[in-house]
Design a protein around this ligand. Structure first.
Ligand code: SAH
Length: 358
């Protein structure tokens, strides 16, 4: 067992089974042994890769999308240009490079990063040398300013709870000990009020997931955008309303047993975009329709940008570039699985590439 596995086993032996959310939070962010807290997991040598690491086009187009929102809203100054879960800092660096073409924008911006991992903060500092970003532990720490924010593959890393339908009640999936090893278990059946609206549409044995942290963070972002202006773009994999078990572990670019090596594998779950939309709207923000990433990037002009970049390339770099374009947009790759949604102020135009919620 990993050192974190031994710690969790001792805790469960003393205190009893823990919810999946506690397990996930410890595995990802335990200060000494957590997956994100101790390493840089991205890239070919890591466990997974993300859109900004695949091609600079992703960050450029997202940056220009937020730039258009800034222009549409009358160039508010000063404003916070923020990212939650910035990874290696690549997305923010690409956004800033694209925004340089927008007169006055960078002079009005201060970069704010919400990041829990010390290892990744160091990595972000290197990627953003000279730009003096300010780091925060939580979105509540962001300044009270117009907020132009992006979150790519952030919400899928937040701890989820899972419930199995039993009669009209729910049994929570827990992490327990079986023969001295961590293993999935089931809590007692209770009428869980937060899931009462799911009883009519689910069947015996169905699994539904909730992500309390996602709703709280989206609510805080929505409140700021509604009150001070700005826009928040969320890109992630998932769909509209959770149904089924989407909890997964990834190690070395391959699926892994999420209970085998706590702290050594990335743990994620699909994002419930309906839950994000409800949290934004509850705080008074306007919300866009959920849009597939491929459609969003096509509408923002990725084909034209890809062509310009291709002109300077030949051989292997050209093949890599063409493959990256396909990977970001094709429905068989990230184009359909990944979705985009945004919060923006009531009465303003939605971010380019996205439609108002119908
Ligand atoms: N956006 C980046 C990285 C995605 S990985 C990219 O697209 O490449 C998830 C990121 O969120 C990591 O930087 C991780 O350390 C951070 N993170 C995970 N949980 C967090 C939390 N609760 N608070 C702040 N940051 C968190």
């Amino acid at each position: 067992m990993t050192p974190l596995g031994r710690l969790l086993a001792r805790r469960i032996a003393l205190d009893g089974p823990i919810p999946l959310s506690d397990y996930m939070a410890e595995c990802l962010l335990n200060p000494s042994h957590g997956y994100y807290a101790t390493r840089d997991p991205f890239g070919a040598a890591g466990d997974f890769t993300t859109a900004p690491e695949i091609s600079q086009m992703f960050g450029e187009l997202v940056g220009l999308c937020l730039a258009q929102c800034w222009l549409d809203q009358g160039r508010p100054e000063p404003f916070a240009l923020a990212e939650v879960g910035p990874g290696r800092g690549t997305l923010m660096a690409d956004m800033l490079r694209a925004m340089r073409s927008v007169p006055g924008m960078l002079a009005a911006a201060k970069v704010h990063l919400v990041e829990a991992s010390p290892a990744l903060r160091a990595r972000q500092a290197r990627a953003l040398t000279g730009l003096a970003p300010e780091w925060h532990d939580r979105v509540e720490g962001l300044p009270d300013l117009p907020l132009f924010l992006v979150a790519n593959e952030f919400f899928d890393a937040l701890p989820i709870r899972q419930f199995e339908r039993r009669g009209t009640g729910w049994a929570e999936r827990m992490v327990t000990l079986r023969a001295d090893r961590l293993a999935p278990g089931l809590g007692p059946v209770t009428p869980y009020p937060a899931l009462s609206h799911r009883v009519a549409e689910t069947c015996e044995g169905d699994v539904v997931e909730t992500c309390p942290a996602a709703a709280a963070i989206a609510g805080e972002i929505g409140r700021r955008v509604a009150r001070r202006g700005g826009a928040a773009l969320v890109v992630d994999y998932g769909g509209w309303r959770s149904l089924g078990d989407t909890f997964q572990a990834l190690k070395g670019h391959a699926p892994a047993d999420p209970f085998a090596e706590p702290g050594e594998a990335d743990l994620t779950a699909h994002v419930d975009f309906q839950a994000l939309a409800l949290a934004f709207a509850a705080e008074g923000a306007a919300v866009t329709a959920m849009t597939p990433q491929g459609v969003f990037l096509e509408r923002l002009g990725i084909a034209a940008r890809a062509e310009v970049l291709a002109r300077g390339l030949a051989g292997e770099p050209l093949r890599t570039h063409l493959a990256a374009h396909r990977r970001l947009t094709h429905p068989d790759e990230m184009g359909q699985l990944f979705k985009v949604i945004a919060a923006y102020p009531q009465g303003e135009a939605p971010p380019p590439g996205l439609d108002p919620a119908g």
